[in-house]
Design a protein around this ligand. Structure first.
Ligand SMILES: Cc1ncc(COP(=O)(O)O)c(C=O)c1O
Length: 445
């Protein structure tokens, strides 16, 4: 052990190993402890309030402490707190939710498989792809292409899909067969004078070159979010999705749509696929499905894709994929109530009505000397920071720290600040959010 006796005596001995921290830091600093939440606000153990401007990892779409969701959970706990859905047994509430999701999915006669987390849903989808292709006589089509800068999860397969070196380093990832192509980040990667359409053409040409290099017969799917919030909200340039879709169709590569963040209203439509005109074969959902009050995720599949799973199951004798908590009745009851509340309260209408105010508030901070530009879609927004001579990422980290000090949580991504408040936010709360944000910018300056 190093350090003086006093340093050693003051050292914290953390029991909790938690992610997205530098572990040794946890011996020097206590975490900020959040004990309560209400609407868009959360409170720490000293009673200080914060606006959750990123919905705690883009999750709590209906805000904190929504009594209707608590009631739905309690009611289900009383009725049947748990039963596994597997081995020819199911629970009605789980089937009801599957029906409801299938009816919402942008594929005819969609089929639904549940899991607990977004990572697990993406992981399962990759597994299903292999199973499907083995059953359908295409055993070579196993590789998957994802995009640099996008986050898809923390399991071995989904951390591999994730296009960030920092999620691979030290873990021996990415695993074989997972490839990455460029994020269509027009702001960062567009060449001087290049139009959005020309940039989209370049992205498609890059993807084509990768497919050709790898052998098109070995590629099974392209995995992407409609708009990658994790890639600092890189808005897809005009014509990107229609051109990518055509390219994938040409090579018979499936489009897998990760709607873990964009699903259930974030972009102003139920799914981001609708906002950007994507026609996916399969999609994954999580987070806002239960407003994150309970862990639940799902894979939504086209009928044709599902039939490949049936074929595989017939060959093997059983579909050997299940999980103790896949289709847990309590999260299912909460999710059903979320979907009802979204309709009863016209959450989509609210997002559409309020997003111009959100966009205008973002645009207004562009007058700040530390801000170079802003962008948004629905209730997801981003602000790019700039200062001559600043080390990459330093401004983002400082502004995030100043936001926290001023009672606002946002997500820094390098020198971009990403905001995605609960979908129930009011105009007054947006104003308060940006008042706190400007204070943070001023202090950083
Ligand atoms: C787009 C996307 N996909 C998948 C995941 C993984 O979800 P989870 O953290 O529930 O495993 C995340 C998590 O933030 C995400 O942003």
């Amino acid at each position: 052990m190093s350090g003086t006796e006093t340093e050693r005596a003051n050292r914290i001995d953390p029991t909790l190993a938690f992610g997205f921290t530098n572990l040794p830091d946890n011996r020097q600093r206590e975490p900020l402890r959040i004990v309560r939440g209400k609407g868009v606000f959360i409170f720490d153990e000293r009673g200080k309030d914060y606006i959750e401007g990123a919905s705690s990892f883009y999750c709590t779409s209906l805000g904190f402490s929504e009594e209707e969701l608590i009631e739905a959970a309690v009611k289900q706990m009383r009725e049947l707190p748990f039963y596994v859905t597997a081995a020819y047994r199911s629970v009605p509430v789980v089937e009801q939710l599957a029906e409801r999701l299938a009816a919402m999915a942008p594929m005819a006669n969609a089929k639904v498989a549940f899991a607990a987390t977004g990572s697990e849903a993406n992981d399962a989808l990759l597994k299903f792809l292999w199973y499907h292709n083995n059953a359908m006589g295409k055993p070579k089509r196993k590789k998957v292409i994802a995009r640099l800068g996008s986050y898809h999860g923390g399991t071995i397969a989904t951390a591999s899909l994730t296009g960030w070196v920092k999620y691979h380093a030290g873990f021996d990832l990415p695993m074989a067969g997972i490839l990455h192509t460029a994020q269509p980040d027009y702001v960062q990667l567009g060449a001087p004078g290049e139009s959005e359409e020309a940039f989209a053409d370049r992205m498609v040409a890059d993807l084509r070159a990768l497919i050709e290099r790898e052998d098109p017969e070995t590629i099974g799917a392209f995995f992407a979010e409609p708009v990658s919030v994790s890639a600092a909200l890189a808005l897809p340039p005009k014509t990107y999705w229609e051109k990518i879709t055509a390219l994938l169709a040409e090579y018979e590569i499936r489009l897998f749509d990760d709607e873990v963040v964009t699903g259930f209203g974030r972009t102003g439509n139920t799914f981001g696929a609708e906002t950007y005109g994507m026609a996916p074969d399969c999609m994954t959902v999580a987070k806002a499905l239960t407003s994150a009050y309970q862990p639940l995720s799902a894979v939504l599949m086209s009928e044709e894709f599902y039939e490949g799973l049936e074929r595989g199951s017939e060959t093997v004798g059983m579909f050997s994929h299940a999980g103790t908590y896949h289709g847990h009745p309590v999260p299912a009851a909460v999710a059903l109530r979320v979907l009802e509340l979204m309709e009863e309260r016209d959450i989509l209408g609210h997002v559409r009505a309020i997003s111009p105010h959100f966009a205008a508030s973002l645009a207004k901070v562009e007058d700040h000397p530390l801000v170079s530009r802003s962008r948004s879609v629905g209730l997801a927004g981003a602000v790019d920071l700039t200062k001559d001579g600043a080390e990459a990422g330093a401004l983002g980290a400082e502004v995030a720290a100043r936001c926290e000090a001023n009672g606002l949580f946002i997500r820094p991504s390098g020198d971009t600040i990403v905001m995605a408040p609960p979908l129930i936010i009011t105009p007054g709360e947006i104003d308060e959010m940006f008042r706190r944000f400007r204070l943070a910018l001023d202090e950083t300056l």
